[in-house]
Ligand binder design. Sequence first.
Ligand code: BGC
Length: 771
Amino acid sequence: MKEYLKHDEWSIIEEGFKPEYNRISESVFSIGNGHMGMRANFEEQYSGDSLQGSYLAGVYYPDKTRVGWWKNGYPEYFAKVINAPNWIGINIEIAGESLDLAHCEVLDFRRELNMKEGYLERSFTARLKSGKEVAVNAKRFVSLPAKDIGAIRYAIKPLNFSDSIEFTPYLDGDVHNEDSNYDEQFWDEISREIPTEDEGYLVSKTKKTGFVVCTGMKFSLTQGGRTVQLNPIPSEKKQYVSHTFTVDCKEGEETVLFKFGCNVTSRDYPEAELTDICKKLLNTYAEKGFGVLLHEQSRAWGMKWATSDIIIKGDVAAQQGIRFNIFQLNQTYTGEDERLNIGPKGFTGEKYGGVTYWDTEAYCLPFYLATHEPHVAKQLVVYRYKHLQKAIENAEKLGFKNGAALYPMVTINGEECHNEWEITFEEIHRNGAIAFAIFDYIRYTGDHEYMVEYGLEVLIAISRFWAQRVNFSEAKQQYVMLGVTGPNEYENNINNNWYTSTLACWTMKYTIESLGYVKSKNEDKYDDLIAKVNFNFEEETTKWLDILEKMYLGEDSKKGIFLQQDNFYDKELIPAAELPAEETPIHEHWSWDRILRSCYIKQADVLQGIYLFEDQFDKETIERNFDFYEPLTVHESSLSPCVHSILAASIGRREKAYEMYVRTSRLDLDDYNNDTDDGLHITSMAGTWMSVIKGFGGMRVQNGEAYFEPFVPGNWEALAFKVYFRGHLLSVMATKEKVAISNQSEEPIRLHLFGARHKIEPNGVVEVDAK
Ligand code: BGC
């Protein structure tokens, strides 16, 4: 754990240059706008330790799979959203000496990620070997309102000399991924162009996938607020264009280079027009100027915060932590493009390849449902609808038939990319999360039409999969599900994982209900769908009902505990608290063999199921299972504590809920797991958000109405949050004494607060005593 970042309510601040933490800071200070994003690499040359990373959403490369023993059904590749051409570079040379923080004395270094307005700022004083000192202030952002555009204001001031300074703004397409499986270069150059004295363009194409990207730059320079006429020397080589110019700089006077970047891709625009479009956009936005763009940026972020902010009073570290999580979630996904999804590391690193996991449905969807208009979350569910055909093909590869779908564990275009057999073939619970997301989306938004248009087709295909994945055990006279891996990846190839089987049954039941619903709402659509997917209602639903009736779900009925899997009780059950500190995290210290045989649970498994279907269990059942599983859970996935936190809150264990919350709320800011250098845990940030809203806020949705049971945990003085719910913006405010909910919309709403139903008029408030 590292605690080198300053606590502040709205900003992330690093003071003092710590090259040994540079990769961590590069992740933490990342910026993004849903379309593109980048690590906090320096603009000027840096020869110290750094992970260069600039990413364009959806622009990926199919990196050839590396495995020891090939198994049928494995994917050929792992899709990676790759490091894209670098547009931020500005090299600086002072009297023949490069400004490189690895080779000079760095004083007054400060980095700030301003989350309120959405920009990154870095300032420092550098004392070069020659003794010359310069003060630099660099501010940059990628624009939220203009998704293709980024802007930099790079100011430099000589402190103890007057001399000429050489500037080289450049574009560099010769970039690679550190995690490339075969050290391949992923980009080919198509063309490069330096059409004017202040512009440059690179057109690059990804190998194999053929995405074409035009990256452009345009710059200007001012001194004393006045634009300086430059005489740049253009330079170009393969995958690189630059302009170099020298400017006389006076001691104590600031010279400011404005550099605008633009990335347009063939995903969004016709390939043949990319350069023209890039030029047009770049010139339009450069014309507006840095100040105006920053103002628009700040306004756009203001609108994001207006519906997604959480206020915590009395604990600045917690306030900063939750805002950081919300900020990163909003930087990663905006819901404007149905082809995009949420990579577990967003735009902040290479790990997990920027591609889609079950994390989206299980953890992220609730955030976007509650903080944005419904179309944003809808894009996430439609994304899976669009991949249905691929999920059917994926299941076919594994031997399933008749339109059964197995969604991939990891994907960018619907095809499976994951190649560890115990996960690829066995961690099939992801299929259930995708079915559950349909339910969750409709439950929250009330958009029942979604079921008619998209949902049912997906549900049928997933139910078909479950019906074929189980088998009837003669010995048990019940259906069983063999050879699975639950969310707890510290056990593989187990039988009858309670979570997976429960989810499978729920999906079949929900599909049968939904068939009835669609038929009653729109018989024509229903008939069309039945014909389209060749659904044999009688035969298939009879089978599903039989499975529902005879499914084996492991349970210790005496103790009232659901069994994670058949042999869980055979394990030596020693609480995780007794693990010697030097042996944790166990995945770093134990052999895999030892982990697999141990009772230690990587992440919520049975409890994940209880969390999803909470309303089906009474408080005592939740308590018993919580008390059994929580002590055995090591939470070595950052997706775990949030689920425990929510359940703890729901059974009144407020301290436990808070303890679990604290484990992830500042996971990346304090580098708890020693892995922030790889990138941020974006999907776990959504889990942290859920702990506040569903845990401390006690928010649930049932029968079209919202329920709240808020409390203020720990040493916090007050908690306030906003949620969108069915066209209403609700503002929930809680102190240790009072709880108030206001309806900031034009229609009245009926909602439940501590079990009592209230009608709140437009702009009205209901206030009650805290509990
Ligand atoms: C977790 C998975 C998760 C993946 C990506 C793994 O460590 O066990 O549940 O999908 O990380 O976040």
